[in-house]
Design a protein around this ligand. Structure first.
Ligand SMILES: [Zn+2]
Length: 250
């Protein structure tokens, strides 16, 4: 019987699947490990995770294909997507957790926890998660969507941002909406959450209602923001993201 039930190979945004859509086996991981000597390998036995990571989009041998992690998320419920998200998150975290931030020594794997440990000062470094908020603001039948200046420039989507040190999640929701569009909101309600390991976000989804203000896009951040009819909104995020679920109330 094999030790690992969750075998994955990732690059930045995609994962390897068998051509027939099947999951990888432990033998597949071995095969790719021998082929790609520069790949990062990591296992977590508690979750049966066996993962190989590379940074580029290299060609695959016959019988395998790259699929985006997001499109896999779209096909899976929360329970199924958990090991995929965890494997990707741990892989990303390990790339950054190489040296102790306190004393500078090289970190080693903790024997006790899923963590890295400093052999010198015993600082423990656990996998990092960055909390983010993502919000759908409504005004009657209309919803507020924005196009960003920096990322995904052709897509209108929900407002979103990182939770900052010292603030509550609810504070982050109203602050981000005010900063990005100049709109004041009320009736902030929790919608749901999603792990978004690109590299380490935990998205907290909310709905909110318009209270006051005129749309004033934040310079350098928001290229355009508008109220749209929910049933006739322009290009929106792909299925598999919490933004999609918020916009389509799915
Ligand atoms: Zn240290």
């Amino acid at each position: 019987m094999s030790e690992f039930s969750n075998n994955y190979i990732f690059n930045k945004r995609a994962m390897v699947m068998c051509n027939d859509g099947g999951n990888l086996t432990e033998a597949d991981i071995h095969k790719f490990q021998n082929r790609w000597l520069d790949a990062e390998h990591y296992t977590e036995s508690a979750n049966g995770i066996n993962v190989l990571g590379i940074n580029d989009n290299r060609p695959l041998p016959e019988g395998y294909k790259w699929v985006t992690v997001r499109s896999r998320f779209a096909e899976m419920d929360d329970e199924e997507s958990y090991p995929v998200a965890r494997a990707k998150a741990l892989l990303e975290w390990r790339r950054d957790a190489k040296f102790c931030g306190r004393c500078g020594a090289q970190l080693v794997e903790s024997k006790e926890f899923t963590a890295m440990e400093c052999p010198h000062c015993h600082n423990l470094i656990f996998p990092r998660i960055n909390p983010c908020v993502i919000m759908l603001v409504s005004k009657g039948d209309e919803i507020l969507l924005a196009r960003h200046s920096q990322r995904n420039q052709d897509v209108y989507t929900c407002l979103a941002g990182f939770v900052e040190a010292g603030e509550s999640i609810e504070h982050a929701v109203s602050r981000e909406i005010m900063e990005e569009t100049g709109i004041k909101v009320k009736n902030i309600k929790y919608f749901g959450s999603q792990s978004w390991p690109f590299p380490a976000q935990l998205m907290f989804g909310f709905t909110a209602e318009y209270e006051s203000g005129d749309i004033t896009p934040q310079p350098g951040e928001i290229a355009d923001a508008q109220w749209f009819d929910r049933d006739h909104c322009p290009a929106t995020p792909a299925k598999g993201s919490i933004a999609y679920r918020l916009i389509h109330n799915a």
